[in-house]
Write a new protein. Structure first.
Length: 146
């Protein structure tokens, strides 16, 4: 099982509960090309091929051009991606757990690299805010579609 870098200068863990079917939440979250339609922090996103382990996608957020590689994919349970952007190496784990009519979505992300070491507090706050927004927007879109 692939995990985040627990020794990274920045580690953020958050979760939310979404009142929607697991399939809906998963489909919204993994339709990468559609991210900009519901997540206003994402300016552009495109898969380079099928979504699967070893596959990659390019996206732009907060002025950063990112190429992420999928490291693990368990449909409707877990997706892990990571990659470099502007000297920052990010690793991002998402898990999805059905409980009755709700889905708990957990996200954890690590950032390492020279820019992070130089400004860990600032970048940690920025990542925390970005992931809070992502979860909030994912919740809103999935519940709207449900």
């Amino acid at each position: 099982m692939v995990t985040i870098d627990e020794t990274a200068p920045v580690v953020v863990r958050l979760s939310t509960v979404i009142d929607a079917p697991l399939t809906t939440v998963w489909d919204v979250h993994t339709d990468i090309a559609a991210w900009p339609t519901w997540n206003t922090d994402v300016d552009q996103a495109a898969l380079d091929g099928p979504l699967g382990v070893g596959g990659s996608f390019h996206w732009r957020t907060h002025g950063m051009e990112i190429t992420s590689t999928v490291h693990e994919l368990v449909p409707r349970e877990r997706i892990v991606w990571g990659g470099p952007a502007d000297g920052i190496t990010g690793m991002h784990v998402w898990t999805f757990e059905q409980s009755g009519r709700h889905v708990t979505v957990r996200t954890e992300e690590s950032w390492s690299g020279a820019p992070v070491e130089a400004a860990a507090d600032h970048l940690g706050k920025a990542l925390h805010e970005s992931l809070e927004n992502w979860l909030s927007k994912l919740k809103a879109r999935a519940e709207k579609e449900a």
